[in-house]
Every structure is written in structure tokens, then in C-alpha cells.
Design a protein. Structure first.
Lengths: 294, 252
């Protein structure tokens, strides 16, 4: 019983971290109907910058300063990287070839290309070596910090999206971008802010993830990025609350699997859950059918 | 209803002088020449109608004025300033708002949120409150539905919401694209009466409408658009009595 309880707690911590990354996928999809495959690489880059910043700030010598300062550095860097990716790879494609059938495929392929480019860039800059974060806090405290941070961030994001002008503009663009422009909304600015927000959350998730005993390496984004993407789809892609729910679900499934003799099957079960959810609700747990006109 | 914008100056164009001028406009998209040569003007304080069959280029004209479509040739100017190279958001900021065809409301936002977004170009709380009250006076049905999602409204109510949302911007000029499309007949009259009230409060209006009878009844002047060109223009009274118009658009 205690085992299950502790697995649930770990699972929720893991899941809330996955949710932080899933939010980036879901926000960008909500607005641009684009799956930003480079998001997992923004996560990875954030993890690297976080590691360097934490080490530079003293690491275990000054755990509070290093932890908070390192996280903020990683978030700032990722925010810039996210918007650079958007401006370099996606923005030039928008609005071109309007009315052509491949308008959604082109940015998707570009996103894949951006992902590969960033992975290789990381390999070149940082080598393929696995690196570990210094142990800033005892592990059980780390998990509490992860959980509390993730919950606070999600509440903050929900308020941001529901209550602020910028949040309303984001939701409006996701429903009807042309109508949003007719209100006077500068859509390219809102899109940039969406990328910044999503990327910063990914970096936050990355630092938390690595503080919880995970190494960072150039392809580190792939595994966790896939899980986060699945979380976003399970929750209903484009839906922020859904992404949080999906993340928690996947985290808990993952930890519960570890209690069984089949711990290697974690990702298999994650995808099984995806298939099961999509069979019952093709738009995901909270996705609304029919709101998207093509 | 109040129409003053909290920060933007009113148009410098005098009442009765051309506020919007479209000169030899040509527009092509997707390989089709949607507009060949359209010239029209809307004078400050007028209600001008643009009528014509499906595919004549009415919506294209409005979307191009809003700079949602590129100009192939010709010129559009508002309040004496050229709109070439001006972004849609900037056209809105200068005081032109479009109520788009098919209403294009934000279906998962509440009625209130839809209206609030209309005020994006000023975000002034006092103006928002005043305009909200004016819009509810204009369309009492919206007042009862403030907390409902836009998508749950009937077609007529959605049209009211779309017009109300455009008015929230405090535009000096309002472009309306087919406000009667797909709406219960008894609501159509309400909507046109509201548009007349908006015009009476000093907003210049360009109205695109397939319902020729209504369009000519509520406008002072009108243009007839045929396959991307202006086929005829004149005062709405003259056009309503014109033999050709009667035969082609008013059912004899």
C-alpha cells in the first residue's frame, strides 16, 4: 500500500513535469495548428544551459542561488531560442501558398528539420557525453519542489490565459485568426509570446527533470518530448487544462508500471493509454470536437 | 450611442467629403482575378451599399480594404491616407472595422469576452463599460446572454454579437458584409434598424448585402458590382426605380 502511495506521489511529480513540457506543444498547436517538433530540443537546450548556469553559480556550495538562478537562466535562454526557431523556421512559411493543399505539411517538415538541427548542434557544442546535475537537495525534497512549482505554474498559466488581454488574444487566435486580426490583434506578436511562454515552461520542466536524477545529453529531449507530446494529445491537443491532465496521467502510469515486473514497458503502456483514449474520444480527454474548421 | 474613441482623433475628413476612396482596384488570388477594376467612394456620414450577385467581388472588396488581401493594382485611401502597405491591425487602429461575412465570432469565448476583444485597439475600461451598455441597448438579447459561449447563440444573435464586437472598437467607419445572411427574417429588420441607429450616431457605413431591397432601403447611395467591376452606381432611390435593377435584383 505504502509502495503504491509513494509511486503515486512520484508519478504526480513526474507527471507535472511532463505537463510543463506538454503545455508548449499544446499552446503552439492551439494557435498555429503546428506540431512544434523542435520543442523537445528547446527542452534539451534548456537542460544544458541550466546545468552550466547552476555549476557557474556555485552548485552544491550555494544550492538556493544556483537552483533559482540556474532555472531562470535556462528559462530566459529557452524563451529566446523558442522565438528564434519560430522567426527563422516557421514565420517565413506562414501566409505563403495560401489555398494550397500542403500548407500544413511544409511547416511540419520544417519543424522536424529544426529538431534534427538543434540535436546536432548540441552534439557539436556539448559532445554526446551524459552529464548529471549536482544534487542540490535531498531527492524527496526535490520531488516536493517539482510538484509545488508545477502546480503554481499551471495555476498561473490558467489565470494568464483566462484573465489577461494577451491570454484572451491567444484563445481568440486559436479559434479564428483572421477575426482576431480584425479586432486589431497583432497576431505575430501573440505568436511570439506563445513560443516564449511555451519554451520557458519547457526549460523549467527540463531543470526540474534533471534535478530529479536524470542526465542531460543531446538526444535527451526525444524520450521526454515524446511523452509530453502524447500527454498533450491525450488531454486534447490545443487544450491547456487537458495537457496538464494528460501529463499527470502519463506520470502516474509510468511510476505504477515500475512497481510491476514489467518496468521496461513504461512507454508501451503510455502509448497504449494514448490509443485507448483516442479510440473512445478521438479529440482527447478535453478536446472539443468540431471547433476547428478546415 | 457614444462613438468617440478614447485616444484616436476623429477623421479629419469633413462631413460629406470622401472618407474612403477606392480607385481602380484590382485583386487576384489563387490565380483568379476577383476584382478587375473597382472604384468607389464613401463620404463621411453616409451609408453606402454595395450590391451584386454571388461571386461579384463584394466580400473581396471589403477584405482588401481591411488589407486581408493583397492589392494587385489601384489604390485605397482612408481619411486621405493610402492604405497600401498598412497591416490589418493598423487599419483597425485607424478607425475602420469590418463585421465579416459569416460573423466569425469566437465560438468558445463568452459573449462578454467576444465583446471585450473588440476593444483591443484601446483597452480602455471606461470606454469598454460605456460601449457594452450601448451595445446592450442596441441588442437587448445580448444582455441576457453575456456569460454564454458565443457558439451557443442563434445565427441572428451571433450577427448582433459580431456587430456589437465591431462597435466596441469605436470605429469611425464600419464595413458590414452580408448582415442578413442566414438569419431569421424577423431578426433581419432588428439588425438593419440597429445599423441605421449606428449610422445616425455618426458612424460612416459601407454595407455589402445580397438582399437588394433592404440594402437600397437603408442606404443613401449604392454601387452595383458585376464580375469584379462596378456596373452601375447612383442614389439608392434612383437605383430602386431603375428598370434593369428591378429586373435583375428585385425580382421584377
Amino acid at each position: 500500500m505504502m509502495e503504491i502511495l509513494s509511486a503515486l506521489i512520484t508519478g504526480i511529480a513526474q507527471g507535472s513535469m511532463i505537463a510543463l513540457i506538454a503545455l508548449g506543444y499544446t499552446m503552439v498547436y492551439g494557435i498555429l495548428k503546428l506540431i512544434n517538433f523542435a520543442h523537445s530540443e528547446v527542452f534539451m537546450m534548456g537542460a544544458f544551459i541550466g546545468l552550466f548556469a547552476i555549476t557557474a553559480l556555485g552548485g552544491t556550495q550555494a544550492p538556493l542561488l544556483a537552483g533559482v538562478g540556474g532555472t531562470l537562466c535556462a528559462m530566459a535562454f529557452a524563451g529566446v531560442l523558442g522565438v528564434v526557431v519560430e522567426r527563422v523556421a516557421y514565420a517565413p512559411l506562414r501566409g505563403r501558398g495560401r489555398g494550397l493543399s500542403n500548407t500544413r505539411i511544409t511547416p511540419l517538415v520544417t519543424a522536424l528539420g529544426m529538431s534534427v538541427l538543434l540535436q546536432n548542434l548540441a552534439q557539436l557544442l556539448f559532445t554526446a557525453r551524459y552529464r548529471n546535475y549536482p544534487q542540490l537537495l535531498p531527492i524527496e525534497h526535490t520531488r516536493k519542489v517539482i510538484f509545488v512549482t508545477a502546480v503554481l505554474v499551471m495555476i498561473g498559466l490558467e489565470l494568464f490565459v483566462k484573465r489577461t488581454w494577451m491570454g484572451k488574444a491567444m484563445r481568440a487566435i486559436s479559434m479564428n485568426a483572421e477575426a482576431a486580426r480584425l479586432m486589431g490583434v497583432k497576431t505575430s506578436r501573440v505568436i511570439a509570446i506563445t513560443f516564449v511562454t511555451g519554451s520557458m515552461l519547457a526549460a523549467l520542466g527540463a531543470v526540474l527533470f534533471c534535478l530529479d536524477q536524470s542526465p542531460v545529453y543531446p538526444t535527451a529531449g526525444v524520450v521526454i518530448g515524446t511523452r509530453a507530446f502524447v500527454a498533450a494529445v491525450i488531454g486534447g491537443i490545443g487544450n491547456i487544462t487537458g495537457a496538464m491532465l494528460g501529463g499527470l496521467l502519463i506520470g502516474v502510469i509510468g511510476e505504477l508500471t515500475k512497481l510491476t515486473p514489467y518496468s521496461g514497458l513504461q512507454d508501451v503502456l503510455v502509448f497504449a493509454a494514448l490509443i485507448a483514449v483516442l479510440l473512445v474520444r478521438p479529440t482527447g480527454l478535453l478536446g472539443k470536437p468540431g471547433t476547428e474548421k478546415v | 450611442m457614444k462613438t468617440a474613441h478614447p485616444t484616436r482623433k476623429p477623421p479629419s475628413t469633413a462631413l460629406g467629403a470622401p472618407l474612403l476612396e477606392v480607385h481602380d482596384l484590382a485583386v487576384a488570388y489563387g490565380g483568379i482575378r476577383a476584382l478587375k477594376r473597382v472604384s468607389l467612394e464613401v463620404r463621411c456620414g453616409e451609408i453606402v451599399a454595395m450590391i451584386g450577385a454571388n461571386g461579384a467581388g463584394k466580400t473581396t472588396t471589403l477584405k482588401t480594404i481591411m488589407r486581408l488581401l493583397p492589392i494587385a493594382a489601384g489604390r485605397i485611401s482612408y481619411d486621405g491616407q493610402d492604405l497600401a502597405g498598412v497591416a490589418t491591425e493598423e487599419v483597425v487602429a485607424r478607425g475602420v472595422s469590418l463585421v465579416p461575412e459569416g460573423r466569425a465570432i469566437f465560438v468558445n469565448l463568452t459573449v462578454r469576452e467576444n465583446l471585450e476583444l473588440g476593444a483591443w485597439n484601446h483597452k480602455d475600461q471606461r470606454t469598454i463599460q460605456e460601449t457594452l451598455e450601448d451595445v446592450v441597448k442596441l441588442f437587448p438579447r445580448l444582455g441576457e446572454r453575456m456569460k454564454q459561449e458565443g457558439g451557443t447563440l442563434s445565427g441572428g444573435e451571433q450577427q448582433m454579437l459580431a456587430i456589437g464586437r465591431a462597435l466596441m472598437a469605436r470605429p469611425a467607419m464600419l464595413l458590414l458584409d452580408e448582415p442578413s445572411l442566414g438569419i431569421a427574417p424577423r431578426l433581419v429588420a432588428d439588425i438593419f434598424e440597429a445599423v441605421a441607429l449606428v449610422a445616425a450616431s455618426g458612424t460612416t457605413i459601407l454595407l455589402v448585402e445580397q438582399n437588394t431591397r433592404l440594402a437600397l432601403k437603408y442606404s443613401t447611395r449604392a454601387y452595383v458590382l458585376r464580375t469584379g467591376e462596378i456596373a452601375m452606381s447612383g442614389s439608392s432611390k434612383e437605383l430602386a426605380n431603375n428598370e434593369e435593377i428591378r429586373a435583375a435584383y428585385l425580382g421584377g
